[in-house]
Design a protein around this ligand. Structure first.
Ligand code: PMV
Length: 331
């Protein structure tokens, strides 16, 4: 890096796991206990600008226009990894914005850290490849590695590889343009964060070992369904992975109940629709929002049906999008 300040803007989209990640193999290095398979969304975007400036005495982080020192620690840890690889020690100002409500329960940490590593790498001219960027993002947030890629994405455990996980694209967004609807059932913050929830589940749920052992079979089933564009098969394995993850959460002590009554109503409605021939399935993460994934022809029907459930406070719609990328560079 030259002595001038180096500034780059990158954007990234959140992703939703269809075969879920829950639990850590190594908490210190943030290595997930299981692989995962996700879709990257296009309707929602995090935009992050990183400016390295030799005049700074510390990193500064701004989120949605407001300085957010409470989040600066994780941002600095992530920047430190990129700086170490680039061989520099210059501090940075990071400004990040989401064009979607965090209440939508769409992991903004995934798009946030994906955009951050891409912008920081480009600003420093470090030239890291996608695999390494994904690995750096994974160390900040397990799901963030997946937002480096577009369309259908798999994160694999690769204990013998150059990185402990390897993330890559299975299918481009245009190869199978599924649609996603998020039915927001509670706009409040979630009760138990994912890291804490994972540790509680690992330490206390009698079902946790089975959850981990059964994940590779779910992953190969889902991977094959994606490759064949077999919606029924993907629906079946995705709902099963989601419910199995929630079964492990529910059986922790104390049990983690992320759903509310409206979530359950949404699950039932989606299942009724699918039995009636509407191509849609549900997934739910560590919060009460219901995510419905459907074929494009079912989109309007699914939107109408979910919006009509009492307790659904708003809806967010999306298609599938590309991976994190640089959108502006100024030196
Ligand atoms: O990446 P984290 O630490 O926010 O964990 C994500 C956990 C789930 O969203 C519940 C599942 C997943 O694979 O995204």
């Amino acid at each position: 890096m030259n002595q001038e300040s180096a500034k780059t803007t990158a954007l990234a989209h959140p992703n939703i796991a269809l075969v879920k990640y829950w639990g850590k193999r190594d908490i210190e290095r943030n290595i997930p206990a299981v692989g995962s398979l996700s879709i990257t969304l296009d309707g929602l975007t995090t935009t992050t600008t990183v400016r390295f400036d030799p005049g700074l005495e510390d990193d500064r982080f701004f989120f949605d226009g407001r300085e957010a020192p409470e989040m600066a620690g994780r941002v600095t840890c992530c920047l430190d990894r990129v700086r170490r690889r680039a061989g520099v020690s210059t501090y940075a100002v990071v400004e990040s914005e989401n064009d979607f409500p965090t209440a939508a329960g769409l992991a903004s940490s995934a798009s946030g850290f994906a955009a951050l590593v891409v912008a920081a790498d480009a600003a420093l001219g470090a030239g890291l490849d996608r695999s390494e960027l994904a690995d750096l993002a994974r160390q900040a947030s397990g799901s963030a590695a997946r937002s480096l890629f577009g369309g259908f994405v798999e994160l694999k455990l690769t204990p013998d590889g150059p990185y402990p996980t390897e993330t890559g694209q299975l299918l481009e967004p245009s190869a199978w343009p599924l649609r996603v609807l998020v039915a927001v059932t509670d706009p409040g913050p979630k009760a138990v964060g994912s890291t804490e929830g994972m540790l509680m589940t690992e330490n206390t749920s009698p079902f946790y070992p089975t959850w981990v052992e059964s994940s590779p079979a779910d992953l190969s089933e889902a991977r094959a369904a994606v490759q064949r564009r077999d919606f029924e098969a993907l629906a079946d394995v995705s709902e099963s992975s989601c419910l199995k993850m929630h079964a492990a959460m529910l059986s922790a002590r104390p049990g983690l109940v992320y759903w509310n009554g409206t979530t359950v109503q949404g699950i039932r409605r989606v299942r009724e629709l699918r039995s009636g021939g509407v191509p849609v399935f549900f997934t739910v993460d560590a919060g009460p929002q219901l995510k419905a994934v459907c074929l494009p022809e079912a989109f309007e029907r699914v939107e109408r049906e979910l919006a009509a459930i009492p307790g659904v406070t708003s809806m967010v719609a999306s298609g599938l999008g590309d991976g994190a990328r640089v959108v502006g560079d100024r030196r």
